[in-house]
Structures are given as C-alpha cells and as structure tokens.
Design a protein around this ligand. Structure first.
Ligand code: NAD
Length: 433
C-alpha cells in the first residue's frame, strides 16, 4: 500500500490533467502543481517532560504547514502512536484541499505527537501539551497557523495549549486555537458541526437525483422515509450525522462501533443508541425492547441501502469490501475511508462517492466561525452558526455538482479540481510561481 503522503501527491497529479487546459502558461501551472506536492515547512521538535515517577521522557512531535497562499495554515493536532512525518504531511495537504473546497480563507496544517495517550496521566498530558505549544509558539498564531483538535485531542488540550501560548507571547490571543471550550471562546454548534454539514450534503445530493438517474436502481425519487442509511462508526461524527438524518425522517437502518453493528431494516432509534453508548456500552452487548440484529462491521458495509456512510476510520472501504458493497451512494464522513483501489471498483459499479473533503468540511467551517468570532470579540448564537454553515455547505455542493457535470468527472475529482485551482490561482496572484 502507498503511504498516505504518496496518495495525497497522486491525487494532486490526477487533477493536474483535468485543470491543465484552463491555464495558458503551462510551465507556471506545472510548477505550481509541483509546489503543492510538498508542504512549505515541516517542523520537527523533540519534547521532554518529567513523568509522575520523576523520570524524564522524550517525545517526537511535528507540525506540517502545507500551503498558505489562501490564508493562515489550519489543522488539527493528533496524539497517537502511529503519528509519523509522512502522515502529518498528507493530512496537512488534505486540509489545504478541504479549506479550499468550502472556500474558507485557510491553507492546510497538521500536527502530531507520537505516543499512546492512554499511557500518560492527566498531569503528564498537560505537561506534554504545554511543551508542544511552547515548541511551536513562534510558528503559530491567528494570522500564521491555527491548530485545532484531532484524534485524541479536544477542548481540554486546546485550553492547555492556549494558556501556554499566551504566556509565551504575553497577551490574549484566543483565535490561535479553535475547538476550545465555550468558556474560552469556543463556538456554539462546533460539537455537531461535522455531522450537520454532512447531513446538509445528503439533502443537497438527494435534490439532484432524477428519475432513472441511477442505472439498475429504483427509478422513483428517493423520499425521506424510504431512504435507508447505514453508518459505520458512532462517535461524534457518526452520531450527529445519524441524529440529524433520523430527526428529519430518513431511515438509519444500521450503525456500528468498533465492536459490532446494530441493524434494523425498519429503522433504529438513534437517541436510545446514543444513551446506551454514553453509559459506556459496546454494540456487541446491546439490548433493547425494539427489534434489532447484531451484525459485524463487514456485514454493515455489504447492506443493500441507499447510502453507506463511513464515519469511523481511514481505509475502511478496501478493494475486497468494495466488491461486496450494494449501497447506491457512499457519503464519506471519515477522512480517507475509501482506498484508491476500492474507488476504481466502486466507480465501475456506478456508485457515487461524495468525498470526505466536502462531506466532513462542516467541522473546519465552524472552526473558521470560531476564529472569526474570536477576532471580532463577538459571539454568535447557535442558529446563526448553523444557518451560516448551511449556506457554505450548499454553495460548495452546488459548485462541485456543476464542475462534475461540466467536465464529466467524479464528485471527488470535481472537488479536488476546484480546490487545487483556487490554491494555484492564489499562488499565481501572489507571484509565487
Ligand atoms: P470518534 O472517536 O468520536 O468516533 C469514532 C467511532 O468509530 C467510534 O464509534 C468508534 O467505536 C468507531 N470505530 C473505531 N474503529 C472502528 C472499526 N474498526 N469499525 C467500526 N467502527 C469503528 O471520532 P470522530 O470525531 O467521530 O471522527 C470519525 C472520523 O471523522 C475520523 O476519520 C475523523 O478524522 C473524521 N473527522 C472528524 C471531524 C470532527 O469534527 N470530529 C471532522 C472531520 C473529520
């Protein structure tokens, strides 16, 4: 399997052929494409903290700053044993694409520390957050690079890092980090933003379906009650997506966690499942008065549904899974859930894939709202946030839809083409190439 960063570079090469004709100066265009295939800067820092047992431990950390032609770098900080320089470089590239897809004024960034967070106490974690924030303090800031939470980090870690950063610079600068707790300038609506953004895309896509549009599928328009959806992963993203869809009358027939899936072709009660998960349960032990069946995660992927929504991990849909998929459309809520090899098979099967860089961009969009609110010192109400999010998601979907039809390409190719074009145009305007 190619490395994540090799995949990211290949995706940029793939859209180069689609965009080439749009540029008179081919040489400059190709130079810009080459620049997009490497981050502008990768910061690598060794951090050391004193553990509770008095011993000192060293950690390797990164911050990759991919491209800031459209605005400051923006992206999460990941704590995981599998973090690597290759991974942060890939993730920062995808953040540049995602911010550009939804037209928010940022470039891509990503950070990470190599360690398993379960192995540190809360005090040790706080020390590590402080050490990381101090180490990267001269590279970040509201108009330089704006970090946020990612895997295994959240509001608590952002609060510790903000405190350390403000101590370094000597004044308050809440717009340096997003995903903060509400008390420290976090935004209303951030928790549910990614799921809600994906739900808006679901509705936008359904509006485009026409009679007979899908070869070999039911020819009638999909109606709320008839639209069946299977969701892999029931964490923040999977739960909120399911909740909004279910409340709107769509039928969530299956959800899963890492242990198993829960399936009912007549539709599941999302609130019951959420209460169960909140009480610490795993789906393989799920009990309920309503009818349901426990299935495996592999079975969930094979269900005959209108929408399959991977909302858990990267590379969940592999080549072998793709052969078995019977869903009509895949709506990617996780980052990178479909391998390039699986995508080839799905495209042959005429299954539409609504790409991650669009579907899960609601999260970074509301992070952008948080930054705007912090910079202006003004807090918006939740309705205001959600309404603004809807406008951005709807506009982005429609731009991609138009591009897809104009160039006869896939949704992913259309999203990447639009995004890469916007970044390249910004680079050309700045005279970087
Ligand atoms: P989370 O940790 O809250 O939830 C992950 C869920 O996936 C859990 O229910 C977990 O049990 C399940 N899971 C783990 N391994 C699994 C497996 N092998 N099979 C099935 N389910 C499994 O994470 P999240 O914040 O919901 O993020 C999910 C995905 O969405 C990730 O790819 C993340 O990068 C992406 N994403 C999240 C946000 C956000 O705002 N949280 C924004 C953009 C993208």
């Amino acid at each position: 399997m190619r490395s994540a960063f090799a995949n990211a570079k290949k995706q940029i090469d793939n859209v180069a052929s689609i965009l080439e004709g749009d540029y008179k100066d081919k040489k400059k265009f190709l130079k810009a494409i080459e620049l997009l295939k490497k981050p502008q800067r990768v910061i690598k820092k060794s951090l050391s903290i004193k553990l509770d047992n008095g011993k000192t431990k060293k950690f390797t950390s990164f911050r990759s700053q991919h491209n800031n032609a459209r605005g400051p770098f923006k992206g999460g900080i990941r704590f995981h044993q599998n973090v690597s320089e290759d991974e942060v470089k890939a993730l920062s590239t995808w953040m540049s694409i995602k911010c550009s897809v939804v037209g928010i004024p940022y470039g891509g960034g990503k950070g990470g520390i190599i360690f398993d967070p379960k192995t540190l106490s809360e005090t040790e974690l706080q020390k590590l957050c402080i050490a990381y924030s101090e180490a990267i303090s001269s590279y970040i800031g509201p108009w330089k690079d704006v970090p946020a939470p990612d895997v295994n980090t959240g509001g608590r870690e952002m609060a510790w890092m903000l405190e350390a950063y403000e101590k370094e610079i000597g004044y308050q600068a809440p717009a340096t980090f997003t995903g903060k707790p509400l008390e420290l300038g976090g935004s209303q609506g951030r928790e549910e933003a990614t799921g809600l953004g994906g739900f808006y895309i679901l509705k936008d896509y359904l509006k485009t379906l026409r009679v007979g549009n899908h070869k070999g599928l039911e020819t009638k328009k999909l109606k709320n009650k008839k639209t069946s959806i299977a969701v892999q992963g029931f964490g923040n993203v999977g739960f909120w997506f399911s909740k909004f869809a279910s409340d709107a009358g769509y039928k969530i027939v299956a959800v899963s966690d890492s242990s198993a899936g829960v399936y009912n072709p007549a539709g599941l009660n999302i609130d019951d499942l959420n209460d169960y998960k909140k009480s610490g349960g795993s789906f393989n032990q799920f009990k309920s008065k309503s009818k349901f069946k426990i299935i495996t995660n592999e079975d969930l992927l094979k269900l005959k549904v209108d929408f399959l929504v991977p909302a858990a991990l990267e590379n969940a849909i592999t080549e072998s899974a793709a052969k078995e998929i019977k869903a009509k459309t895949i709506l990617e809520m996780a980052n990178g859930p479909t391998t390039p090899e699986a995508e080839v098979i799905l495209v042959k099967k005429k299954i539409d894939i609504l790409p991650d860089v669009l579907c899960n961009a609601g999260g970074v969009t509301v992070s952008y709202f948080e930054w705007v609110q912090n910079l202006s010192g003004y807090n918006w109400l939740k309705d205001e946030v959600n309404e603004k999010l809807k406008k951005i998601m709807d506009k982005s979907f429609s731009e991609i839809y138009i591009m897809k039809n104009k160039k006869n390409i896939s949704y992913r190719q259309a999203a990447y083409s639009l995004a890469v074009k916007r970044i390249i145009d910004a680079m050309l305007l700045r005279g970087r190439v």
